[in-house]
Design a protein. Structure first.
Lengths: 248, 82
């Protein structure tokens, strides 16, 4: 397609999209006043499931099955990238490792110090976000990615060798698989201890307590472990490929 | 609509346009990460802190790093073939 008709077509399509979005946004309910079905959902989650954070109440309870599918997508994606990138590993790794170990010695001291200082707080924050998913904004997915970013920070501090010590591929793989399996087991637990799969079968406790909302925090932690493993696995495989073998 | 919301909307609009206009993929990854921060602020300003947290980490850390690593790998392969 020639440039001018293409630009005209794009402008026309964008104008149509803008009109549709403006139309849709006009029909949204105002902030702070859940009405209609949303009101019912909030009522169910806060009063029956005792989940203070209704967003995760939807994610891990009312729509728990969707989340099971989503975390399996991530699991398969991590598995796929590991299978693809691991092709042909095994030769020349030692020489390449020596080479990039000397390269990592060139990392700026400021970056090294900042990275090392931030790793601890970031991991604490990640664990906090995972564990408090049913109380405050956050949850397994967000916390899991924060934890994986903390591991990435170890690398950014120029300590690739240290990264392999704190983040061995086998452990990362186990975390990925354990999280996925734990979620599926809780789903089956609903079948065994209650009526249906993913039915909330644990005691609900008091709204706002750390131990409350039944299976919601359990599922959140399972997703947290799985996401940490999956993201860390993808990043480790990519780092492995580009750093150990890319510079041949 | 508050001032913060208007500022965030403007930042997202400019950021998105800049990501499209930058041509070099490496720079594009970095601009996209700044755009991700703007989006996170937008989500926060519109009362979606859950989405904002995932947006911060995914769009500013995980995705740019993956893009940069993939680019490094692709360039390494190209040099290898020459």
């Amino acid at each position: 397609v020639r440039p001018r008709p293409r630009a005209a077509l794009a402008l026309l399509a964008l104008a149509g999209l803008a009109a549709l979005i403006a139309w849709a946004a006009g029909g949204l309910t105002p902030f702070g006043t859940p009405s209609g079905p949303a009101n019912g959902v909030v009522r169910t989650l806060v009063h029956e499931r005792h989940a203070a954070n209704t967003v995760n109440g939807v994610t891990y309870d009312l729509r728990g099955l969707d989340t099971l599918g989503e975390e399996l997508i991530l699991f398969v994606a991590a598995l796929g990238s590991a299978v693809l990138l691991r092709h042909g590993r095994g030769e020349e790794v030692d020489a390449a490792r020596e080479q990039h170990e000397s390269a990592s010695a060139r990392t700026a001291d400021a970056l090294r110090a900042a990275g090392t200082a931030l790793v601890g707080p970031l991991i604490v924050l990640g664990v906090y976000v995972v564990v408090h998913g049913h109380l405050s904004p956050g949850g397994g997915f967000q916390g899991g990615v924060i934890l994986a970013a903390g591991l990435l920070l170890v690398y950014a501090a120029g300590q690739v060798v240290a990264l392999e010590r704190v983040e061995p591929t086998a452990l990362v793989e186990v975390a990925d698989a354990t999280g996925a399996l734990a979620y599926a087991l809780v789903a089956v637990g609903g079948l065994v201890f209650a009526v249906a799969a993913l039915e909330n079968f644990l005691p609900f406790g008091t709204t706002g307590n750390l131990l409350s909302a039944g299976t919601i925090p359990v599922l959140s932690i399972a997703v947290g472990v799985e996401v940490t493993g999956a993201v860390a696995l993808i990043l480790t495989e990519l780092l492995d490929q580009t750093l150990l073998r890319g510079g041949e | 609509v508050t001032v913060l919301q208007i500022v965030a909307l403007a930042a997202v609009a400019t950021g998105g346009t800049l990501v499209v206009l930058v041509r070099d993929p490496v720079r594009q990854a970095l601009v996209a990460s700044v755009f991700g921060v703007a989006l996170a602020i937008l989500f926060f300003a519109f009362q979606a802190p859950d989405v904002a947290i995932s947006q911060i980490v995914v769009a500013t850390v995980a995705v740019p790093v993956m893009i940069l690593l993939a680019l490094t790998k692709l360039r390494g392969d190209e040099e290898h073939e020459r």
